[in-house]
Design a protein around this ligand. Structure first.
Ligand SMILES: *Cc1c(COP(=O)(O)O)cnc(C)c1O
Length: 475
């Protein structure tokens, strides 16, 4: 090799540590117990490979000199790289965060936080349970019977069934009842919920053909009436969860639609999306379908989510006529979409809270119900504590709004009081980023170069930890 660069590179590469050498360093030895030898070895190889590639780039682009590298410095560099690689692996794991955004059902942060009872029930259900066992007879029991019973009590429906999520529930209902037939949907209800759930696509996937009726803003009962034909399998009503059509609008009530469907002998299915088990209009949520009302109005099947306004875990709840629910239960797709014991445990406790009318125990409802004065009192007390711990940062109080989130009630704004934080040296972006990488990550928002904290979505029991994380970033 006549090329001096190539010779320099070859010389530098000879100084790189071997995997074995890297694994016997103090820092690598410290990681073995946490990572396991096999995984650590593979990370060590990756660390050395990354250093090798960087060396090649530096030398061939002449930004570095061979003299700058020594066996020791490369071993140290590889050791540091190993730790960085491990840290970035760890950072991607599922972590608890403190939600200071004021978005109650935050889809990216796992939607509804669970009630204390529900959390306890997960631990109990984690071992062996009576999932499909009847203690009285010692024989096989029916999976989900208890939760289904609670659902019928709460909604007045004849029967109920639980699947993986509301998207699965809609897909299941359409597959079981509308495959190879027509489904009538208003043009005002052909919605997309969060990118990957689009009503026309779900319909197509289930093997049903979409028959659109009406217009985007107005659909009349007569439009449905005219569209119903021999090949109509069902009429689908979709709650346009995450957007609103306002102004010159019209749609028949569910009761009117039900009367028409009955007369024409066609099934009526409502995808209520979030759906409310109790009347939430007192919290300003006047548009969410009340599931018991939908059943009373004559919907044959209603589906809704377990982890939106209901305040439980991810699940799709299906309620309605007994004959139809049993038909779904017998379909092979139900077996593929059913939920596990942990979901039943959470739903059971959450639904029991509703039946006890103990709404304060369900975090989503508690946060919704927090009056502005209540949040303000907490914000003031928290700001006072933070001022003492925040060094040169300036801490204030400012009016703001919280939102429901989770694709529910997009037009509802809840008046709130925010704690604002400003720092003479660190920018709001910097503070927000550091909060995210705290030991307990804190998710906040920024407005007008201020970091804003909405305690509506922070549990009282999280406040001390939040204070600690803020102080760590600000001082
Ligand atoms: C949210 C929503 C869904 C999807 O529910 P997941 O539980 O997220 O699967 C389906 N339909 C409507 C109308 C919704 O609002």
């Amino acid at each position: 090799m006549g090329n001096p660069q190539a010779a320099e590179l070859a010389g530098a590469l000879r100084l790189l540590p071997s995997t074995d050498e890297l694994l016997t360093t103090q820092s690598a030895m410290g990681l073995v117990a946490k990572i396991g030898r096999k995984r650590l070895t593979s990370l060590a190889r990756q660390a050395i490979e990354e250093i090798r590639q960087e060396l090649s780039r530096e030398i061939t682009s002449r930004t570095g000199r061979a003299e700058a590298y020594s066996k020791e410095s490369l071993l140290t560099a590889a050791g540091e790289r190993l730790e960085i690689l491990w840290e970035s692996r760890r950072a991607s794991r599922l972590r608890k965060v403190i939600n200071c955004t004021g978005v109650i059902i935050h889809t990216n942060l796992g939607r509804a936080p669970l009630s204390r009872d529900a959390i306890k029930s997960i631990e109990e259900a984690a071992g062996y349970t009576t999932l499909e066992f009847d203690l009285a007879s010692g024989k096989r029991g029916r999976r989900g019977a208890s939760v289904e019973g609670l659902l019928t009590e709460l909604t007045g429906a004849e029967a109920a069934l639980v699947v993986n999520n509301c998207a699965a529930a809609a897909f299941l209902v359409l597959t079981v009842f509308a495959k190879d037939g027509n489904v009538i949907v208003s043009r005002g209800e052909l919605v997309e919920i969060g990118g990957d759930f689009r009503i026309p696509d779900v319909l197509a996937q289930s093997g049903a053909s979409l028959v659109e009726v009406g217009t985007t803003n107005r659909t009349k009962l007569a439009d449905y009436d005219r569209a119903i034909s021999e090949s109509t399998k069902l009429v689908m009503r979709v709650h346009p969860s995450n957007y609103r059509i306002i102004g010159f609008t019209e749609k028949p009530s569910l009761a009117e639609l039900s009367e028409l469907c009955r007369r024409k002998n066609v099934m009526l299915y409502e995808d209520a999306g979030s759906g409310a088990l109790i009347d939430l209009s007192g919290f300003g949520l006047t548009d969410e379908p009340l599931i018991s009302q939908s059943i009373a109005d004559g919907a044959d099947i209603v589906t809704f989510s377990g982890d939106k306004l209901l305040g439980g875990c991810q699940a799709g709840l299906v309620v309605g006529r007994r004959d139809l629910i049993e038909q779904i239960r017998r379909h092979p797709l139900y077996r593929a979409l059913r939920v596990d014991k942990l979901a039943y445990a959470v739903l059971e406790k959450t639904l029991e809270s509703y039946l006890r009318e103990d709404l304060q125990s369900i975090p989503v409802l508690r946060m919704l119900a927090s009056a502005k004065g209540e949040v303000e009192a907490r914000a003031r007390a928290f700001a006072d504590r933070l001022k003492l711990a925040a060094g040169v940062a300036s801490v204030g109080i400012v009016d703001g709004e919280s939102v429901v989130g989770g694709g529910s009630a997009p037009d509802v704004r809840l008046a709130t009081t925010l704690v604002s934080v400003r720092h003479p040296v660190f920018s709001a972006d910097e503070i927000e980023r550091k909060l995210r990488s705290s030991e307990t990550p804190v998710i906040a928002r920024i407005e007008n170069d201020e970091v804003l904290i909405d305690l509506r979505t922070v549990e009282m029991t999280e406040e001390d930890r939040l204070l600690e994380m803020l102080a760590g970033v600000l001082v």
